[in-house]
Design a protein around this ligand. Structure first.
Ligand code: M6R
Length: 619
């Protein structure tokens, strides 16, 4: 939920602050309620922190005399314990001398009990946060051992919950010590300098050499070393890897917002996710899967666990995977999964979908599924994140870093990866659809160009969005694979434009929601292509007539050449032709553009909508 950066280098100067501020700017998407830095300067620790966005911290630093330092940590916050105030912003100091500073991501669940203990010892607190408790415990432990790593080890063993902690101490000036439990942390290796970050974006401008850490590990970085140990004190080693994208991928590249850039990245997100999935004979090969083929052949049930947009990708995938494999697929919101007494056996494949690979609800669902004996596959966009590491297998999406809080390109990449998985299972199990896998893959390969051409035809959608800046409510209808797209369109509008929006299955209208229709009510309708089986096209056209007869303003998303919608559409937004199951990869695009431009027309912050954060690392 929060962004964390750490740096230690050889020279005292401005570089540590610059590195940390640049890292925080790249991580601001993780939380933007407040921000702060700590620098180890001489025998003191300098801190500066401010409520609000990073710009407030930057302004405060510019108006202050900031000391030179070789070591720095920084934090951008999504508030959990205590509101977004200057006092509650991180870093927090520990010890009567204030020589220790800590930044923290996650929640210390037993902080209340620990705080009572410290209060009884006469420790005073300046914030309402759980983090300050950890800072005070660390300062006390450091006073005893004089060793920051040892202090961290003794403290983390007393903490419950999920956390990443970074600590510096004025008496250990060339060291940053960090610990992680169920919360992200990566190490960046430079030449004579080292880095820490919640994700590699924190230091991608300086190095591509990263080290993955396991859960319950502590890492100590100095300018020339990184040392890893487990919480029980045994030595450990991280897993080195090279980041495959560069700083430009995490920048706006001339677009006004990350969201706009990421929408325009979508042809690549789909294309790259398809790369290397077939052999020379066109047969699907999923090397990453690492699950015995015999076990995969044997599965009799698939459960998809995910949250938000990722869950809608799962709902789209359900239609396709069931159609191709005839295996029953259930989609469970990850936060509900553990508590619904799920039916899982060793023949159940639990597929988690997560862009970040850090979503706590999804991670907990995967752990629960594994404890019940399921096979687990993670569809994930973030190399080495918690969820893929804890799954039996991973199918990476290759969307590149997604920075905007609203998920766009990751959504298309998730659908694509799930389709590849479904086709692979169909191929493995044989039967009618095994033969179709090749044809579907060929059609999937045409999708990136179709998205690219669709993106050039969005001027009218942008205009409609601008005209609708004062709209108070928008409804979205869809059917079959268009139903999750309707819900995704509504979610985008809620999170970006703060407008009441709901997505319905079009067939459900007559069972209640049609009562919402009054003259002028805008309704987007995602129309299935005319070649969709079971006359779904006709049925949705009838739904459009029904709401139009009651005064709705109909904004129709229909395939090129679909003339039947024309008499009942106030606006028609055209998408290129594809076979029915692939349509979501196109129909969602105008809805993303609509939400982006309506939010912009309202003057809102598209990339960092209120109350949200990119990665939800708390339950
Ligand atoms: O990182 P994840 O894919 O696990 O995130 C899941 C949801 O939190 C995420 O998709 C969220 O709904 C987005 N803000 C929607 O745009």
């Amino acid at each position: 939920m929060c962004g964390i950066v750490g740096y230690v280098g050889p020279d005292t100067g401005a570089r540590p602050l610059d590195v940390v501020m640049e890292g925080l700017a790249r991580l601001e998407y993780r939380g933007y309620d407040s921000a702060g830095v700590a620098l180890v300067a001489g025998d003191e620790v300098y801190t500066q922190k401010r409520a609000g966005k990073l710009a407030n911290l930057r302004e405060a630093l510019e108006g202050d005399t900031v000391p030179s330092a070789a070591t720095a940590i920084g934090h951008t916050r999504w508030a959990t314990h205590g509101g977004p105030t200057d006092e509650n912003a991180h870093p927090h100091r520990g010890g009567a001398d204030g020589k220790l500073a800590v930044v923290h991501n996650g929640i210390v669940e037993n902080f209340h009990q620990l705080k009572q203990e410290l209060l009884a010892q006469g420790v005073t607190f300046t914030s309402e946060t759980d983090t300050e408790v950890a800072a005070q415990l660390l300062a006390a432990a450091f006073a005893e051992s004089g060793d920051l790593t040892e202090a961290m080890r003794s403290v983390v063993n007393r903490l419950e919950g999920a956390f990443t902690l970074l600590a510096v101490h004025a008496d250990a000036p060339d060291t940053v010590v960090a610990a992680r439990r169920n919360s992200p942390l990566v190490v960046g290796l430079g030449e004579g300098e080292n880095f820490l970050g919640s994700d590699v974006a924190a230091f991608i401008g300086y190095t591509k050499q990263a080290v993955e850490l396991d859960q319950d590990q502590i890492v100590t970085i100095t300018p020339t070393s990184h040392t890893v140990m487990n919480f029980d004190g045994t030595p450990a080693e991280g897993k080195p890897y090279e980041v495959t994208w560069d700083a430009a991928a995490a920048e706006k590249s001339g677009y006004d917002t990350f969201m706009e850039k990421e929408i325009n990245d979508q042809p690549h997100a789909v294309g790259d996710t398809l790369l290397g999935r077939t052999d020379a004979d066109g047969k699907l090969v999923l090397d990453e899967l690492r699950i015995d083929e015999a076990n995969l052949k044997d599965i009799d049930r698939i459960t998809i666990v995910a949250c938000g947009t990722a869950a809608y990708a799962g709902m789209v995938a359900k239609y396709a995977i069931e159609h191709w494999t005839r295996i029953p697929v259930e989609v469970s919101l990850a936060h509900e999964f553990r508590y619904c007494d799920p039916i899982v056996s060793d023949r159940t494949l639990v597929v988690s979908i997560s862009q970040s690979g850090e979503t706590a609800d999804t991670a907990m669902a995967v752990r629960h599924a594994r404890s019940l004996g399921a096979l687990t596959v993670s569809v994930c966009n973030t190399h080495g994140a918690t969820i893929p590491r804890e799954s039996d297998a991973v199918l990476y999406t290759h969307a590149g870093p997604e920075i905007a809080v609203a998920s766009t390109k990751a959504f298309l990449a998730q659908i694509t990866a799930c389709y590849v998985l479904g086709l692979y299972l169909a191929q493995l199990r044989g039967g009618t659809f095994a033969d179709d896998a090749r044809a579907v893959m060929a059609e999937l390969h045409e999708v990136p160009d179709k998205i690219a051409s669709l993106l050039t035809e969005m001027d009218r959608v942008k205009e409609i969005a601008r005209f609708m800046a004062d709209t108070r409510s928008v409804l979205f209808l869809g059917r079959n694979v268009g139903y999750p797209i309707a819900m995704e369109g509504a979610l985008k509008l809620k999170e970006l434009a703060y407008i009441h929006a709901e997505g319905f299955a079009a067939g459900e209208l007559k069972h209640g929601p049609i009562a919402l229709i009054e003259p002028g009510q805008p309704v987007f309708i995602v129309v299935p292509g005319p070649d969709t089986p079971n006359e779904l096209h006709k049925k949705v056209v009838s739904n459009i007539q029904e709401i139009r007869a009651r005064g709705a303003r109909t904004l129709v998303i229909a395939q090129e050449g679909d003339e039947e919608v024309l008499p009942f559409a106030d606006e028609v937004i055209r998408v290129p032709h594809t076979s029915p199951l692939l349509q979501p990869l196109l129909t969602v695009v105008p809805l993303q553009i609509f939400a982006l431009h309506l939010s912009t027309a309202k003057g809102l912050d598209v990339d960092q909508p209120r109350n949200l954060a990119k990665s939800v690392t708390v339950e």
